[in-house]
Design a protein. Structure first.
Length: 205
């Protein structure tokens, strides 16, 4: 399933260069937790956000917000600000996001404790989880714990939106069966560097 590549301006504005510098520094400190050396493109972010059912009620949780590329697209998508919850574990990136989006609920927390975070903030209904987490570079146990918590959070009618750089599902068959999930690749973004694929997962009935 291939999509037509979009033409992009390769020049990087100064403000984006500054964000990339923050991202690269965070990657240097924790390369296995960041997953990529540069932030995702706005084209990938837009492709992910477009998978959200805006007519459905519930919180939209962003995991691994980085420099806010996906956050920006979430706000442009027209979702109620009160329904958007951003989770970023890297303190410097969290501070950057707070300064850039003061009206958004941005939490400095770890996706590995997603269930605790949702409980603490009284979030019982989740429309979608938009994840930029590097699942495939995580230890197997950590990946399993995070996917399990995401699956529990979306219940019967929510969805998990996850991108990956490879053609295969970033959630393997064993974990899909264990967490009662099924998914499909819905978009390939070839203008991203490196090219990326967007997957959407639902709970099996």
């Amino acid at each position: 399933m291939h999509d037509n590549a979009e033409i992009i301006d390769m020049a990087v504005p100064p403000k984006h260069k500054k964000k990339q510098a923050h991202f690269i520094k965070a990657w240097i400190r924790s390369p296995m937790k960041m997953g990529a050396v540069v932030p995702s493109s706005r084209f990938l972010a837009r492709a992910m956000v477009q998978q959200i059912d805006s007519a459905q009620e519930g919180a939209v949780i962003e995991l691994g917000a980085g420099t806010g590329v996906v956050t920006h697209e979430l706000l442009k998508y027209g979702l109620p600000v009160k329904d958007i919850i951003i989770i970023e574990r890297e303190p410097r990136l969290h501070a950057l996001l707070k300064a850039q989006y003061p009206s958004v609920n941005i939490l400095c927390a770890d996706a590995a404790h997603l269930d605790e975070v949702l409980k603490k903030h009284g979030i019982t209904k989740v429309n979608a989880i938009v994840s930029s987490l590097p699942l495939l570079s995580m230890p197997k146990a950590l990946r399993g714990a995070i996917v399990s918590q995401m699956a529990d959070a979306i219940k019967e009618d929510g969805r998990i939106i996850q991108f990956t750089y490879g053609p295969k599902s970033p959630i393997g068959r064993y974990l899909l069966e264990k967490c009662n999930l099924y998914g499909r690749r819905v978009k390939s973004v070839f203008v991203n560097m490196p090219p990326a694929h967007v997957w959407v997962y639902y709970r099996s009935l």
